[in-house]
Design a binder for this molecule. Structure first.
Ligand code: SF4
Length: 251
């Protein structure tokens, strides 16, 4: 059996709906542009570029200056964005508001990130390749490691925090396995409502994360063998680009 590639997004897809995972990862059916995802990409690229400036220049004014040029570069890299019906002023205003919220959560001039857009990868087993991109990794002088992820949406409702932290625990697991250092802090920054979700991962949490990943991989291998990819209808279907071809709705 060939190796499978897992990332937090693909694990999330399979956990939400195996049929969705199949459409995306096995059939690789192209999807229409998601403006929410594009907005996220824009804000991430502005923040990434901001950290390239010397610390004293990492101001909100500088971020807002970078914003239009980052958007132009994004359109150039993805010409299909020209077709999207975007009100440019409204679009840039919304991105500017998310960046303003970012500055209410931390002062980028006050620290030096160790890495941005860091690709982490490892073989979880002989037939499972696990990887992902960390938005930012900060290593303090004390050696403490912080993994940071920016979200342009709102913080999860009470009771859903663990699901949100699962993605960062996957990154923490890879980092721990590769470097032998247990990250000290996981931090999700929700720019949609100015909330922070923080967690100090423990070794047993990360071992549980590993067990969950192995269990998901087992289910994927079973589905690959049987060809049974169960659709799991939920509220997510309203946003799913495959609804018109999904067996849950076409049969
Ligand atoms: S429409 Fe719903 S059930 Fe079908 S693939 Fe998408 S998420 Fe799954």
């Amino acid at each position: 059996m060939s190796k499978i590639r897992l990332s937090p997004s693909r694990v999330n897809d399979f956990s939400n709906c195996p049929q969705l995972y199949k459409f995306r990862s096995i059939d690789q059916i192209p999807e229409p542009i998601s403006l929410d995802a594009e907005r996220g990409t824009l804000v991430h690229s502005v923040l990434e570029e901001l950290f390239e400036s010397p610390a004293p220049l990492r101001t909100l004014a500088r971020a807002l200056e970078i914003l239009p040029t980052s958007w132009e570069a994004q359109i150039e890299a993805k010409p299909a964005l020209h077709e999207s019906e975007i009100d440019l002023k409204e679009w840039l205003d919304r991105a500017a508001s998310l960046l303003t919220t970012y500055f209410s959560l931390e002062e980028p001039a006050s620290f030096e990130p160790t890495s941005r857009e860091l690709h982490l990868e490892m073989d979880l087993s002989e037939d499972i390749y696990l990887h992902g991109f960390i938005d930012r990794l900060d290593i303090a002088d004390t050696g403490e490691v912080r993994i940071v992820d920016y979200k342009t949406g709102k913080a999860p409702k009470p009771g859903w925090e663990e699901k949100a932290l699962f993605q960062l625990r996957i990154y923490a697991l890879i980092y721990w396995r590769i470097h032998g250092v247990l990250p000290h802090r996981l931090q999700l920054m929700y720019l949609g409502d100015g909330q922070l979700l923080r967690s100090a991962p423990t070794s047993s949490q990360l071992e549980n994360t590993e067990k969950k990943l192995l269990a998901v991989a087992d289910e994927i291998f079973a589905a690959l063998e049987t060809g049974q990819w169960r659709p799991r209808p939920s509220r997510l279907c309203d946003w799913c680009s495959f609804k018109t071809i999904c067996p849950a709705f076409t049969h």
